[in-house]
Design a protein around this ligand. Structure first.
Ligand code: HEM
Length: 423
């Protein structure tokens, strides 16, 4: 077999941090190869793979193992101890069925309704604020939506603290194994929200509170695994948060979306009209175009032969997420923001992979992808259709060398007006 092109160096972790979302594509371009090797996380050999065939390999459970491959720090801050992301085999399949059981048509329709109503109702607050930072405002709003949808009840004055705590956890993935000054803060933030959610689980089990049937809180409290056991209350809290925290993370897409409405001519009008599913296509293009998840780690379960390269068992394998979303061979004119490209998309589970790929039930593909699309459709229609606002001068930069990606200013708007003619 051919030798794999090598990014030379003892440990390239700092280079990964410095180049961010561009680290992989800088190398795949330089080597003119969808496969290259590097050394990261203390000098461990890693083979990076990019593209649609790479995603197909990555989600082949016979060849790829995911358990034990996430950096421990990311587990401790972002996902939580014992989180579904860290499971494999029968335990994963079983637990995933719990997450997917929440995604009924009715529960998703309820989410749509909640999102629409909460934004509409929030208009007065934004009017009174004068200047609104969309990143911050949407993190608070989405925390309210998330709690309500999940059946979690909390005093209004506590919402903002939970929102900020979850924001810290989400930001922590930018550390990718390097020394990270926010690490202890993120761990404390996690402990606070876990404590709160665990109390809700325990109170539900004791019959002190009564979340509705079909809510995440109800389901996680009463679910039994394939051996007939209830989840440990802490683990139930961890995985309940794995429904709510990523929902809150959608605020990052919201800021990108409001930026796109502002920056790309004609988009506001087209989203407002929503002809031919435009809000859906706009959402898909946002998830493709803007940087969020950079890559995902795994390891070879067996010796693998990929595109003429041999990858020995136990080698770390990293799937290029951001680069795959920007490849010329998959997306015509990939640096153009062009929602109509989704008119002709075949729905492949291996090319539009901002939230992972493969199968929802048997792979680690994001359980909340439909939720994300629904929340974004309703949120973008709200901003494009229901309100008018001014956009002050600010730093609109989205720096692709910084993990995690964000609009530098957070996306500020001011002078919000409701579009409703009452004459
Ligand atoms: C898994 C991204 C929203 C719940 C994942 C994965 C990614 C991802 C990349 C891992 C895929 C893999 O390992 O193969 C995102 C992004 C979101 C988002 C970018 C939007 C901001 C949500 C929402 C939920 C959610 C709203 C709510 C249910 C999960 C769960 C998993 C997961 C439970 C683990 C699935 C498993 O291990 O089988 N997500 N996600 N995510 N996501 Fe999301």
């Amino acid at each position: 077999s051919k030798p794999i092109p090598k990014d030379k160096g003892i440990d390239k972790t700092l280079t990964v941090m410095k180049e961010g979302y561009e680290y992989i594509s800088n190398r795949t371009k330089k080597f003119n190869s969808d496969v290259f090797e590097t050394r990261v996380l203390g000098g461990k050999r890693a083979v990076i793979i990019s593209g649609k065939e790479a995603a197909e390999l990555f989600y082949d459970n016979d060849k790829i193992e995911r358990k034990g491959t996430l950096p421990p720090r990311v587990v401790k801050t972002l996902f939580g101890k014992g989180a579904i992301h860290t499971t494999t085999g029968k335990v994963h399949l079983d637990r995933k069925s719990l997450f997917m059981s929440l995604m009924t048509e009715n529960n998703l329709e309820y989410l749509r309704k909640l999102t629409r109503t909460f934004w509409y109702q929030n208009t007065e607050r934004m009017q009174l604020m004068g200047k609104v930072n969309v990143y911050k405002e949407s993190i608070i709003l989405l925390t309210k939506v998330g709690f309500r949808w999940a059946g979690v009840t909390e005093k209004p004055e506590k919402i903002e603290q939970h929102a900020m705590d979850m924001d810290k956890m989400i930001d922590s993935f930018g550390s990718v194994g390097t020394a990270y000054k926010g690490y202890r803060e993120a761990k404390k933030a996690r402990a606070r929200v876990e404590d709160f959610l665990e109390k809700q689980i325990i109170a539900t089990r004791k019959g002190k509170i009564h979340p509705e049937v079909g809510t995440a809180l109800h389901s996680f409290s009463h679910w039994r695994d394939f051996q007939g056991n209830y989840m440990d209350s802490r683990l139930a809290a961890v995985d309940l948060m794995n429904v709510i925290r990523p929902l809150v993370a959608i605020n990052r897409f919201v800021a990108y979306g409001v930026l796109a409405l502002h920056e790309f001519p004609g988009e506001r009008e087209r989203v407002a009209a929503d002809d031919n599913n435009y809000a859906y296509k706009f959402t898909q293009e946002l998830r493709r175009y803007f940087p969020f998840v950079p890559f995902l780690p795994a390891k070879a379960k067996v010796d693998i032969d990929f595109q003429g390269y041999s990858i020995p068992q136990d080698t770390m394998i990293v799937l290029d997420i951001f680069g795959t979303l920007h490849r010329e061979d998959l997306w015509q004119d990939p640096e153009r923001f062009y929602p109509d490209r989704f008119d002709n998309w075949d729905g492949s589970p291996f090319d539009l992979i901002p939230q992972g790929g493969g199968d929802y039930h048997t792979n680690h593909r994001c359980a909340g992808e439909w939720m994300t699309i629904i929340i974004m459709e309703e949120t973008m229609k709200y901003f494009a259709r229901e309100i008018t606002y001014d956009v002050p001068a600010q730093d609109f930069t989205v720096d692709r060398t910084k993990l995690p990606g964000r609009v530098k200013s957070g996306m500020e708007i001011e002078n919000v007006r409701l579009n409703f003619d009452r004459t």
